[in-house]
Design a protein around this ligand. Structure first.
Ligand code: URA
Length: 435
């Protein structure tokens, strides 16, 4: 087989066979096909797309390019959750302990944040001592004993994706539905869970610009799951404003704790309950979504989700005192309140800009080598639909250095105002169940 013939075939929009797709992934992972040919091939995929079967074969080939985690030693149904990324997205920190407290096994492998979106690993690492590298045996034992573990993704998981993603990033081919769907699903399938819940986000702070694109991606990932024998359910959620109020690692841990105690922002709590009910149903812990919702509300009320977070932190060497008293989490040297310079209703927020500001403060990375400052970030005091008077605080900036004026200007420019009343946008646009 010659790779050049595969490029020709995709260039004119023909479907590739399973053998051809496996030839591509094996050859590229083994450095036998050069980047310049793969760049051209990716661009052909970008313009011509891939059908359902091709996308499933691409996912399977990528999944099989490295280690596939075997979680058979874990008793019970193991559920995994993945978000396509957003600003202020601390869902894993609240949702997973809540679901684990109901008896679902959570063996979570997470990634770090890059760019304006945060990563779960960076957030848990703002807790002093929290270990994200666990030996495989210890990882499985912890899931069997306390029902939950959150660790860093193994380097040997889906090596094909690491190479391909880096190349896509520099060849303007990230934004292709079959390439995104196969990249996400290969990692999820290689991580070994029985059931998968995906939170596909759309809006100004997300990968997918609108709900239509998000739904197309969601359906593609469900079909990949069907081809490869895994149940995948999806929540499509709105990222046209940050999730909850806090953006930044320790600040988000604090908000996740408040949510587990019933004192968090209502939009964030709603997402945890809706997504959590689906996970409980997937794991057959409840027999309806309503029962799931009721169960999770109780887990917040009696604080068993909060206790599960404490167990998780303790098991992974973290400082439980910081969970019991979040004031002990890392704190920035100054908190600067930014007052509104407008009066009216907030019509929308450029979430991406707020994510970028948090990143510049040190809450995220612009390159893989950047070091995170766990203490810094933004706490929103007003959100879309709120009426704000001039001079009222819009947000607090937690920072370890003086804010340059152009950063403040960028903050103000990320708000769009209306004199007319603005309806609050729905956070959950749609749930797509695959049962
Ligand atoms: N997240 C991934 O893991 N892969 C993509 O291609 C896009 C988002």
């Amino acid at each position: 087989m010659r790779f050049l013939d595969l490029i020709e075939k995709k260039k004119v929009g023909k479907a590739l066979s399973k053998e051809e797709i496996f030839f591509f992934i094996k050859g590229y992972t083994a450095d036998e096909i050069p980047d310049y040919q793969v760049s051209s091939f990716l661009m052909a995929i970008y313009f011509q797309g891939m059908n359902e079967e091709e996308t499933a074969y691409l996912t399977q080939a990528m999944m099989e390019s490295g280690e596939i985690i075997d979680l058979k030693e874990i008793h019970g149904i193991i559920c995994d959750k993945h978000s396509t990324g957003g600003v202020g997205d601390k869902t894993s920190l609240s949702l997973l302990p809540m679901v684990a407290a109901c008896g679902v096994k959570i063996a979570k492998m997470s990634g770090r944040g890059l760019g304006h979106t945060g990563g779960t690993l960076d957030k848990v690492e703002s807790i002093k001592g929290f270990q994200i590298q666990l030996e495989e045996e210890r990882f499985k034992k912890q899931v069997n004993t306390i029902g939950i573990a959150i660790v860093g993704q193994s380097n040997s998981l889906v090596p094909a994706d690491k190479k391909l993603y880096a190349l896509r990033d520099v060849t303007a081919t990230v934004n292709s539905l079959p390439l995104i769907a196969s990249s996400i699903m290969a990692k999820k399938l290689a991580s070994g869970a029985d059931k998968i819940l995906l939170d596909v986000k759309f809006g100004s702070g997300a990968f997918m610009e609108d709900a239509v694109q998000a739904e197309a991606l969601a359906k593609m990932m469900i079909k990949i799951g069907n081809h490869l024998g895994k149940e995948v359910n999806v929540v499509i959620s709105n990222m046209n404003q940050p999730l909850g109020n806090a953006i930044g690692n320790a600040l988000e841990v604090k908000e996740a704790i408040a949510t587990l105690c019933g004192e968090g922002p209502k939009d964030f709590e709603e997402l945890c309950i809706e997504a959590g009910s689906i996970m409980l149903l997937q794991a057959k812990v409840v027999s309806s979504l309503e029962q799931g919702e009721e169960t999770l509300r109780k887990v917040i009320e009696d604080r068993t989700g909060f206790k599960k977070l404490q167990e998780l932190v303790e098991a992974q060497g973290g400082d439980v005192q910081q969970i019991l008293d979040p004031q002990q989490l890392p704190k920035a040297t100054s908190i600067i309140s930014l007052p509104s310079i407008e009066e009216g209703y907030i019509k929308c927020m450029h979430t991406l800009e707020l994510g970028v500001l948090a990143m510049k403060l040190g809450a995220g990375r612009s390159t893989k080598e950047d070091v995170i400052d766990p203490a810094v970030g933004i706490v929103l005091r007003k959100k879309v639909g709120d009426y704000v008077k001039e001079g009222e605080s819009l947000a607090e900036i937690h920072t370890n250095f003086d804010l340059p004026q152009d950063w403040k200007d960028a903050f103000y420019q990320s708000y769009v105002w209306s004199k007319q009343k603005v309806e609050k946008e729905k956070l959950i646009y749609k749930v797509i169940r695959n049962v």
